[in-house]
Design a protein around this ligand. Structure first.
Ligand code: ADP
Ligand code: MG
Length: 341
């Protein structure tokens, strides 16, 4: 009996390592982008972008503010019409799809928008439940199980009843992430998950992203200009600069890049063509004290963040600004209309 168990464990191990090897050798493609070109009026934002976003991995798209990172994500989901190019998700080329088919493909995507894009007048629970109520015929009991699972998955247990105005920026991102997960997306897009967050909360969020990637096996595309995030989470990196995808490849190759703009950006150097001194290695040097908070309660998550040196919680400030406890946060905290594909 014991022997069989050992054998099984070894076999499982072998399979896992074989899988890993196969992954290293040949990467499957989740989204194939061919010649993507997008302009607004006379302004070309993205020009002739070609890359293969690998399946099941974390791909990071880096670039200075205003280079078209958000536009790129919206193009991937078919939320913006291209001028030219192809976006293949499986067998479907988005620009050629009829509306109904496009909606179907979009269901594969979960998105965490920059500010979490939560409905300000809805509790965390209702925000997370929203896509299920809107896009499925599931009953409230089933919805409750799914919502609770996802809320727990992002380390937010216990915060269900709070309004977005009563929770910190970091917690808002987690709530937005839980909502992005409820339809079990194959592809998860993160638009600057680190924006507006201090380095400590960013580091915890990054650990969570890494852990979720392992837990769920979904393909993740993270857009950011934060080098610490790039270092920590990226399997693949693409660098957008002046309309172009300057380089795209495995993270390791990118950090060894000879292309000056890539080198400079990834080094977080203050000199060179970009000139962004604030990019210098924020949030680094604290390796070890950041763990995945998946499965933790909101209270535990916040305690860990505080212990790791996160600045005084912005929640208290948020609470004060929200004023009256109930209904104080009736203002939507973002463009919630885009929160659901
Ligand atoms: N809907 C739009 N209409 C017109 N211009 C837009 C629109 N969306 C984005 N842009 C422009 O495209 C450029 C890239 O924007 P964006 O993708 O938001 O940059 P990033 O996310 O990299 O900071 C900016 O110059 C922005 O003003
Ligand atoms: Mg953006």
């Amino acid at each position: 009996m014991a022997r069989t168990e050992v054998k099984t464990a070894n076999a499982a191990e072998a399979t896992a390592s074989e899988e890993k090897q196969a992954q290293n050798g040949k990467t499957e493609t989740e989204i194939s982008v061919r010649g993507l070109t997008k302009s607004f009026g006379s302004q070309t934002v993205l020009e002739d972008i070609t890359c293969d976003i690998p399946k099941g991995r974390i791909t990071l798209m880096l670039g200075p503010s205003g280079t078209g990172k958000s536009v790129f994500l919206k193009c991937l989901m078919g939320l913006l019409k291209l001028d030219r190019g192809e976006i293949w998700v499986g067998e479907k080329n988005l620009p050629t799809l009829a509306r109904k088919e496009l909606y179907r493909v979009r269901r594969k995507f979960g998105v965490l928008f920059q500010d979490g894009a939560l409905f300000g007048s809805m509790s965390v629970y209702d925000n997370v439940a929203f896509p299920l109520r809107e896009h499925t015929r599931k009953g409230e009991r089933e919805i409750r199980d799914i919502v609770n699972e996802k809320i727990s998955m992002v380390g937010l247990q216990g915060a269900e009843k709070k309004l977005p105005g009563q929770i910190s920026g970091g917690m808002k991102k987690r709530a937005g992430l839980a909502r992005a997960l409820v339809l079990d997306p194959e592809i998860i897009l993160f638009d600057e998950p680190d924006s507006g967050l201090d380095p400590v909360r960013t580091a915890f969020l990054n650990e969570l992203i890494l852990d979720l990637n392992k837990q769920l096996g979904s393909s993740m595309i993270v857009v950011t200009h934060d080098i610490a995030t790039a270092r920590r989470v990226a399997d693949y990196i693409g660098m957008l600069y002046l309309r172009n995808l300057v380089q795209f490849g495995p993270a390791k190759d990118m950090f060894d890049s000879k292309i000056p703009v890539v080198k400079q950006f990834l080094a977080g150097a203050t000199e060179g063509p970009i000139g962004m001194s604030e990019e210098a290695d924020r949030g680094k040097g604290d390796g070890g004290k950041f763990v995945s908070t998946s499965g933790m309660s909101a209270e535990e998550t916040e305690r860990l963040e505080r212990e790791a040196g996160a600045p005084e919680e912005d929640r208290e400030i948020a609470e004060r600004e929200a004023g009256v406890r109930d209904g104080g946060g009736s203002r939507a905290s973002g463009d919630a209309s885009q929160g659901v594909a």
